[in-house]
Write a protein that binds this ligand. Structure first.
Ligand code: BG6
Ligand code: MG
Length: 222
């Protein structure tokens, strides 16, 4: 049996990936930069500072602003994002997540969170999910954003589980890369993801018996 499952938050547990996009889009528009959902795929799983860098590069404004201005842009984006979070409630937990958490707990499998969002503790609290998690990686203590494996390795260490005995679930291409680089088994949620050990179109398709069967098949035939 796998000993732990580590979840990404935004876009896996709840649809806050859409809120991040809407907030960045509004900020980008102010700077005269147009971003769409296809471009946004490159921002998923990427921390705030790196996301801003990618947006400015995309708009041909890579060197246009001082560090203080960039800090101001990040603050503005975060304020827009937090306005969108205001009404978040347990009703916003994506389909399939609660039954999976319950099955994991019943199976004695540890549960971790690997979100690079500094807003993750608040999002988890608004969703009423804090008590399900045995360990949540602290985004503020990280050196690297996904696709670097640091956050998944930190989560495994916090859970006391070897990466090879753990599963990671992600909706971001950078997140799949991070899980794979950590040596964990990767589960991708989304039609366009590449490189996941096991890929589903949406969270409603997540089911513990299926996950277990796929994980076991990979152990038998790596
Ligand atoms: C990730 C999101 O979970 O967190 C990214 O996928 C986001 O879109 C990142 O930029 C950082 O979030 P925050 O809340 O710290 O700005
Ligand atoms: Mg995500």
């Amino acid at each position: 049996l796998p000993q732990a499952v580590v979840f990404d938050l935004d876009g896996v547990i709840t649809d806050t990936a859409e809120f991040h996009f809407l907030a960045w889009q509004q900020l980008a528009e102010k700077l005269g930069i147009c971003i769409d959902r296809a471009f946004n795929e490159q921002l998923k799983g990427v921390n705030r500072a790196d996301s801003l860098t990618r947006i400015l590069q995309h708009g041909g404004q890579a060197d246009a602003y001082t560090p203080a201005q960039r800090q101001q842009f990040m603050t503005e984006k975060n304020e827009l994002y937090r306005q969108l979070l205001a009404n978040l409630s347990p009703a916003d937990i994506l389909t399939g997540i609660l039954p999976l958490l319950a099955d994991l707990r019943a199976a004695g499998c540890r549960i971790g969170l690997a979100s690079v969002s500094e807003n993750a503790p608040q999002v988890l609290a608004s969703l009423g999910l804090c008590n399900w998690f045995d360990f949540c990686a602290d985004a503020r203590a990280l050196t690297h954003s996904k696709p670097h494996p640091e956050i998944f390795l930190t989560a495994c260490r916090g859970l006391g589980v070897a990466p090879a005995q753990a599963i990671g679930i992600e909706d971001a291409q950078a997140g799949i890369a991070a899980i794979n680089a950590s040596g964990m088994y990767s589960v991708g949620i989304g039609a366009t993801l590449a490189g996941a050990d096991y890929r589903l179109n949406h969270t409603g398709e997540l089911a513990w018996p299926d996950l277990l069967a796929h994980w076991q098949a990979k152990q038998a035939c790596p």
